[in-house]
Design a protein around this ligand. Sequence first.
Ligand code: HDE
Length: 699
Amino acid sequence: MAANPNSKTADGKFADLKKDTVELNGKQNMTTDYGIKISDPDHWLRVADEQKTGPSLLEDQIAREKIMRFDHERIPERVVHARGTGAFGTFKLHESAEDVTSAGILTDTSRTTPLFLRFSTVQGSKGSADTVRDVRGFAIKMYTSEGNWDIVGNNIPVFFIQDAIKFPDVIHAVKPEPHNEIPQGQSAHNNFWDFQYMHSEVTHMNQWIMSDRAIPRSYRMMQGFGVNTYSLINKEGKRHLVKFHFTPELGVHSLVWDEALKIGGQDPDFHRKDLMDAIDAGQFPRWKFGIQVIPEEKADDFEFDPLDATKIWPEELVPIRYIGEMELNRNIDEFFPQTEQVAFCTSHIVPGIDFSNDPLLQGRNFSYFDTQISRLGPNWQELPINRPVCPYMNLVNRDGAMKHRITKGTVNYWPNRFETNPPATAEQGGFTSYPEKQQGIKQRALSDKFKEHYNQAQLFYNSLSEIEKMHVAKAFSFELDHCDDPVVYKRMTERLAAISLELAQTVATNVGGDTPTKALRENKGLKSKGLSQLEYMPEKPTIATRRIAILLADGFDFNQYTTMKEALQAQNAFVFTIGAQRQGVTSGSGQKVVPDHFFTGMRSTLFDAVFVPGGKHIEALSKNGVAKHWISESFAHLKAIAGANDAVPFIQRQINLPEVEVAQSGTSLKESYGVVTGHGDAASLLKVGKIAPDAKGLA
Ligand code: HDE
């Protein structure tokens, strides 16, 4: 089958969308949707007397069109993952996986495949905050030369439930409660934790969502996982089970919980903007693409069932083979027709890839296809963002609401006397399902290995660093503290003793459970690779795209300010001047700087690091409660803080911890607990810029 030339270029999908894209900023007159020019869009046609009062006329076709369009401009939001943001990008393969698959996208290293990726949260509605504690969706539509391949994944490799029939239950339990529609964007409520207790299969996923993975610093700093088990089929027809992985070049980083909560109010679009800003600045986020494969005949060799989506395939047993790379490099032009109307389907696979008997995947294959009909109608695949870039044609699939493609020809059935629109043989690229032999008895059951629910929950918990474990304990404590039904928080704390007695005891103390004295289950201390996010520090540490604030008031040292700003910008950091007032601040040597924001307009929570130059402005900063809070809060959130000359004692006073050492006057630079201090002229401060990039790593 001839490949579509469009999909060979990074802009393949963009070129396709151009056919439906118009520029708004032309000189063209405003018209109605049926094309006539509008003379007055501001007044409804009415019968008016001399005072210009009187009834409005229903006759006004222009007003009616405008109001009708407005009345109907909402479509149902996604039943889950309603809040999201998307971008275009490309996929490149570095190493052919032809030993395991015949899929063009996974075997042809000369291709660049265009793609659209939508990140999302699960629980909240379309207008909820970005930084809530939740799983993040990671859904990719690859516009391949052989048709669309959708990997509808998450940033966590496992899921809550094992059987798709439980999905409405788990989602109803986590969504706002039915009697009062509370809470929004939160899993911290009775119903969610009640459900969690009633289903021990969720225990592994519980650990992940209570870990820092559920409060990412940025969409660009999250892993992506296909979660479900698919199949790869090679040319010889042999099958391997497969899991898909995306690992970010920038490393995996999270917010701290207090930051996430505050940003939820201070900037609910934090993640959305972060992604757009980075792409606009040409700082394209990249992920390594990897596969884990298990030959079909080895599927029974593990203590877990590889078809169970509540289990990972530990890397020690099934290593990840990194074979490609994904990059996001183009922002959307309009939210609704792109990010809102994009529709993913787990059932969209291409030849060389097939499903497996993963019971969650099988249910998803029905659900996604189905849900798009209520969101977008039966012709959703024709929408510009959803249509493939390769040639597509089906003479039978016609009509339906909002059909707009016009197909010429006299027949709409197969076979027909002209042999119009014939199916393709396998050699011509026709999709053939893997001929798996099936025999069985109809029953509602899962394999025995699905019954084990705790091993990997412990494996995950044991693999975390001490700090990550502490965060898990705090997250459980926060969530269960929001449950006011004692049955819920008492039973759940008890359950934690099946993971770690210490964890259960800490949480019980905090939330008022009964402190367990015995572990419910032995913990052999087993650990696995790749579970702690500290293992994903970037190969090359960078401050590119990190948001760095410089605090100024009247009397600041101009040289230090400009030298540091330039040094940081040279490393592609996003630098913001935060001043006492936006009307302008004046340096000790008389230069005026107009800050990007003033102290209370933007808080420390929205930045990764802060620098305070020396100068007389320290006097004013020392008297300003908000400026002082900037420093103490940055420190509490484990941010890199830098200060020079007079700023050193100012910073020290706000941190007020004897363990944090600062540079003494006349000594060179000091780095202690992520606080970088120094004395000297502007040139010597450049070294601070060289230390600062790594300082974030301390967090
Ligand atoms: Fe989804 N899920 N899901 N899900 N899911 C949807 O489809 C569903 C599951 C995921 O950005 C819905 O188009 C069932 C696992 C993402 O547009 C719906 C089950 C994973 C997105 C649906 C699952 C996901 C969705 C709602 C259990 C991680 C957002 C709107 C069997 C691998 C896609 C839509 C986007 C969206 C059903 C479980 C990820 C209702 C029945 C596991 C990223 O069809």
